[in-house]
Write a new protein. Sequence first.
Length: 364
Amino acid sequence: MSPRSCLRRALELAERGRGRTSPNPIVGCVVVRDGEVVAEAWHTALGEAHAERAALAAAGDRARGATLYCSLEPCCHHGRTPPCTDAILAAGIAEVHFALTDPDARVAGRGAALLRQAGVKVRRGLLAAAAARQLEAYLHHRRTGRPFVVAKWAMTLDGKLATASGDSRWVSGPQARAMLHRLRDRVDAVLVGAGTVLADDPALTCRLAEMEAVARPTRNPLRVVVDTHGRTPAAARVFTDGLAPTLLAVGESAGRVERGGTEVLRLPEREGRVDLGCLLDELGRRGVVELLCEAGGRLSGSLLREGLVQRVLAVVAPKLAGGAGPTPWDGEGVGQMADALRLGNVEVTRAGDDVILSAYVASG
Ligand SMILES: [Zn+2]
């Protein structure tokens, strides 16, 4: 196996931990000796062994003199688990190849330097772009302290999230809805506003297993509700179903707000509603690395206007609703088309008859 194919395999393995490791990154690892793979592993969940340690444990004596490939630089600090560099040296690994330097302030090249000083041959950079794409949310979180925000919506071809009466079941077809549930399984949290809770009373859980065969047990993300004035009903599903934790973000001017056992987070206000930058700071501190925004046009529009969205995932259904239904960006928009928010790295795929457009907001 070539170094490239070994690293490609490490990236593939890393994906298996998706949605389970935050605030840690997903990482995959392959140990190769005499051209033969002697062990493979990935970081399965927060608190569990890192990929390198798990692979070395599986390789046992066969790790001596072997080459270790991993998608991210091995760590060299004591976190929830001891440093991987210790395990690599103890196992007698001769060579380490990794795709991407870990930007975490506690690592940031020191893992590689430590291994080199101990006489291990270190190579880095092969498949770095692919690893950076795989870890885009983690890289953003480490750089900014805030979650990587994916704004997702399903709209008709004429740009409506719902009819004028508020009916939105369903805009998209079953395949696109299954994709949404796949997303909920992999992100750390989902975000909606009070309006969505009032209109739809959503559960915001991952129900993928009800829709198709799944390779691993699914999980539910943290549910975050922005409700500046405390308008949401206490009987709403997100506060009562107990299927996942919910965090209710209210403004500092809101009166007494209680929703059973739900944690209520009181935040500063900006222009009369919860300061969304403060909310993202707090979520980042709590280890939310990737946040899926499923909000209506008011909250999504605010996030877009304030430059807080990194990626847009729009499902466009071949339907026309007409009328004055909500759009993905309600409220104040830009004055001139030249000032429109521009998206890049556009990818278009299909799910049944629906078109899925993924695009990134250029980071300024
Ligand atoms: Zn580690």
